[in-house]
Design a protein around this ligand. Structure first.
Ligand code: HH2
Length: 389
C-alpha cells in the first residue's frame, strides 16, 4: 500500500515543522533547527527577519537558506536568540503560523524526557533505558519459535533482566515485512501465560505489550503489563489510544506506513526525517487530545518499517528531529535487515552493527533502545553515556 494513498501527508501539505538539527543539545547554549513545509514567501520572510535579528544580535544567529522544495532553511544560534526571533516573526503579517511552529519546537525540544510507569519516572535516575525484546511468536525474524513455550519465555526474560534490562517488551505477533496479522485469541493464548508468570516472579518489572489490538492490550494490562507498544501508533485500532488514556498507561507511538504485509513494497520519502516526524505529529496530536502526554507518550521512528535502508540511516543520523515532538525517543534497530544490507550479515550475526547504530541513536537523542542482546548493550550504553550523549 502506498502510505500517502492511505492518508499520509505529502511534504509541505500538513503544516510547518521546525526540526532540531543534529548536534544541538536539549538545553545547551547552541541550538539549531531546519524548517520544513514553508511556502516560498514564508521562507523568504523568515530569512529576512532572521537576517535582521542576526544584525541586531551580533554574529550569534546563523541563517542558511537551503534550496529545497519543502521550504528548507537552517537556523543556528543560542536559544535566547530563537525566542527573540519568535517575537519578531509574530509581528509580521501571515507569519503567525511560522512563529507558533517555531515556538512549539523550542518548547517541546527543551522538555526533559519522562516515562512514568506505575507512578515512577523510569527516566529520572537514568536518562537511557534498555527495553529487552521477548518474542513469544513462532515466526519473528530473528528469534521466532525460540521462546514460544511459556517456560522458555520466562527463563529468557529472567536472563534479560539479570543482564540489565530496565523493561521488557512482550510481543506475540510478528510485524516483520510480509507478515500476516494473528487473530486476537491466538495472540492472547501466546501472551498471557508467560505474562502472568513474569508478573508473579518479577512483580516490579515494567512489562510492555507489543500489540496493535486494543483488546489484546486491555487483557495484557489486566494481567500485569504496564505499558503498550503499538507499531501502528494507534492507526490499526481506533480504540487503542482511548484505552491507554483511560487506563493512564504509557503508549509507544511508532511510525509505519501501510501494513507489515506490504510495507516494504514501495517505501518512498523525499525527506524521511521531516516526513516521519510530521506523520508522528498527527498521531501525537490525537493522543494528546485523548489525554496522553508527558510521562505517557513515547515516539519511535520505526526503523525498518516501510523504509529503505537509506531512510533508516537518515533517521538515526538526524534523530534529534523527533525531539520537535517533545517525548522520549525509542529506537529499535536490533538485528534488522538494514544491517544485513550494509554488511551481508545474517540476523544472528548483526550484533556489532546493532551496537553501532544504537550508539549513534543515543548520541542523537534516543532515550530508550529496544534490544535483543541486553548484556552487550549495557557495556555500549555505559561508554556512550559517558560521552554525554
Ligand atoms: N521492531 C519490531 C517490533 N516491535 N516496536 C517498536 N516500538 N520499535 C521497533 O523498532 C520494533 C517494535 C520488530 O522486531 P522484532 O520484534 O525482533 O521482530 P518481529 O516483528 O518479527 O517479531
Amino acid at each position: 500500500m502506498d502510505g500517502r494513498a492511505a492518508g499520509h501527508p505529502a511534504p509541505g501539505q500538513n503544516g510547518i515543522l521546525f526540526l532540531p538539527l543534529p548536534g544541538t543539545r536539549r538545553l545547551g547554549p547552541a541550538f539549531g533547527v531546519r524548517a520544513f513545509g514553508l511556502s516560498p514567501r514564508q521562507a523568504a520572510v523568515l530569512e529576512e527577519v532572521g537576517r535582521i535579528s542576526a544584525a541586531t544580535l551580533g554574529p550569534s544567529l546563523w541563517i542558511d537558506a537551503v534550496a529545497s522544495p519543502a521550504g528548507g532553511l537552517a537556523i543556528r544560534g543560542p536559544r535566547h536568540a530563537f525566542s527573540r526571533l519568535v517575537d519578531s516573526l509574530s509581528k509580521w503579517e501571515d507569519m503567525g503560523e511560522v512563529a507558533s511552529a517555531l515556538a512549539d519546537t523550542l518548547d517541546r525540544s527543551a522538555r526533559r524526557p519522562t516515562l512514568v510507569v506505575r507512578g515512577r519516572d523510569l527516566l529520572e535516575k537514568s536518562p537511557y533505558l534498555l527495553m529487552g525484546v521477548l518474542n513469544v511468536t513462532p515466526d519473528s525474524f530473528s528469534d521466532g519459535g525460540r521462546f514460544l513455550a511459556p517456560e522458555a519465555a520466562v527463563a529468557h526474560a529472567l536472563r534479560l533482566v539479570q543482564e540489565g534490562a530496565d523493561l521488557l517488551d512482550l510481543g506475540a505477533e510478528s510485524s516483520r515485512p510480509g507478515s500476516d496479522p494473528v487473530p486476537i485469541e491466538d495472540e492472547l493464548r501466546r501472551l498471557l501465560p508467560p505474562l502472568r508468570e513474569l508478573r508473579r516472579v518479577l512483580p516490579d518489572l515494567p512489562i510492555s505489550v507489543d500489540t496493535t489490538k486494543a483488546a489484546v492490550a486491555d487483557a495484557a494490562l489486566e494481567a500485569g503489563a504496564a505499558l503498550v507498544n503499538d507499531v501502528s501508533a494507534g492507526r490499526f485500532d481506533e480504540a487503542m489510544i482511548p484505552l491507554c488514556a483511560r487506563r493512564r498507561v504509557p503508549l509507544v507511538l511508532m511510525h509505519m506506513r501501510g501494513l507489515p504485509k506490504t510495507m516494504q513494497e514501495s517505501p518512498r520519502y523525499e525527506d524521511p526525517v521531516a516526513e516521519v516526524t510530521l506523520e508522528l505529529r498527527e498521531r501525537v496530536r490525537i493522543a494528546e487530545a485523548a489525554g496522553l502526554g508527558a510521562g505517557t507518550l513515547v515516539v519511535d521512528p520505526g526503523f525498518g518499517f516501510a523504509k529503505r535502508p537509506e531512510d533508516n540511516l537518515a533517521l538515526v543520523a538526524e534523530l534529534e528531529g523527533l525531539r520537535a515532538l517533545g517525548y522520549p525517543i525509542l529506537l529499535g534497530a536490533s538485528r534488522k535487515s538494514t544491517i544485513g544490507a550494509l554488511t551481508g550479515a545474517g540476523p544472528a550475526d548483526r550484533l556489532p552493527g546493532t551496537l553501532a547504530l544504537h550508539t549513534a541513536a543515543l548520541l542523537h537523542g534516543a532515550s530508550i533502545l529496544r534490544v535483543h542482546d541486553v548484556k552487550e548493550h549495557r557495556q555500549a550504553l555505559a561508554c556512550a553515556a559517558a560521552l554525554g550523549g
